[in-house]
Ligand binder design. Structure first.
Ligand SMILES: C[S@@+](CC[C@H](N)C(=O)[O-])C[C@H]1O[C@@H](n2cnc3c(N)ncnc32)[C@H](O)[C@@H]1O
Length: 249
């Protein structure tokens, strides 16, 4: 059953409003997305993404879905692991983000075995039991219906395949004071100064607070059918990596 209301940051909105508002945020940030990631995370997002791709344990011949792929950071890190055998589908509903990603990958000579799909996680246009890995980095908290999306992803994964999620999470108590000041005061200021857009970065801070904590997300993966689920905290839980396996069809 679709949810009757959901959250857009701290606001209660209908699912349709959330989809529309999230679309507007990423339309607005697409041009500055990469530079803002470096500035806001002090470059840490690169380390998190490298580690995420390392533990995804991708091998030649794998079929990979990079969901909420945005400007393609994860696809770019995954591509060399295939050694030219297999395929990565970069999927995102936002045309502006996907186009930025496509241009960046082409500039870096990455175009073989990479496909593009413009679609939402809640209604994915792919064959069931097809992918060896689905990667989802910093996308899940923007989804309108997370439960439905996780079930849809489960259906697309082959038995023996895995879902890997990299997402902001709940930091340990000792760093919450600093983290709150950073995300609610500094982030919107940086958004205003650099991207001329404080609102989108206010949404970023709020959406992180509304996102399920580590244990709740693990429970959601299990409810969607995933088995042998676990998570790793990075930097005191600022972000976490969740993994779920699909063992049988
Ligand atoms: C913060 S960006 C992450 C991009 C990239 N994965 C990265 O780590 O840099 C979040 C992406 O989620 C996408 N997104 C938002 N709602 C979505 C949905 N319902 N299904 C799939 N992707 C969605 C946005 O368009 C955006 O490109």
């Amino acid at each position: 059953m679709p949810e009757k209301t959901t959250h857009f940051g701290y606001k209660d909105v209908t699912p349709e409003e959330k989809t529309q508002k999230v679309g507007k945020v990423f339309d607005a940030v697409a041009g500055n997305y990469d530079i803002m990631n470096d500035v806001m995370s002090l470059g840490l997002h690169r380390v998190w993404k490298r580690y995420f791709v390392h533990i995804a344990n991708v091998r030649p011949h794998h079929q990979i879905l990079d969901l909420a792929a945005g400007t393609g950071d994860i696809t770019a890190l995954l591509a060399p692991k295939l050694s030219g055998k297999g395929a990565i589908t970069m999927c995102d509903p936002n045309a502006a983000m996907l186009e930025q990603g496509r241009q960046r990958l082409i500039d870096r000579g990455l175009f073989k075995h990479i496909y593009y799909a413009q679609a939402k996680a809640e209604s994915l246009p792919f064959e069931e039991n097809h992918f060896d890995r689905v990667t989802l980095a910093f996308g899940l908290r923007n989804f309108t219906d997370k439960g439905r999306a996780l079930r849809a992803i489960f259906n697309l994964i082959k038995p023996g395949g895995q879902l890997l999620i990299l997402e902001f999470s709940k930091p340990k108590k000792w760093m919450r004071g600093f983290y709150d000041t950073y995300s609610f005061k500094l982030l919107p200021q940086m958004g205003k100064m650099i991207a001329k857009d404080a609102e989108s970065y206010q949404y970023l801070a709020e959406s992180i607070r509304k996102h399920p904590d580590q244990e709740t997300l693990q429970f959601m993966l299990e409810a969607a059918g995933f088995e042998q689920c676990n998570f790793i905290n990075l930097n005191g839980g600022i972000v976490s990596i969740h993994r779920g396996h699909k063992l049988t069809a």
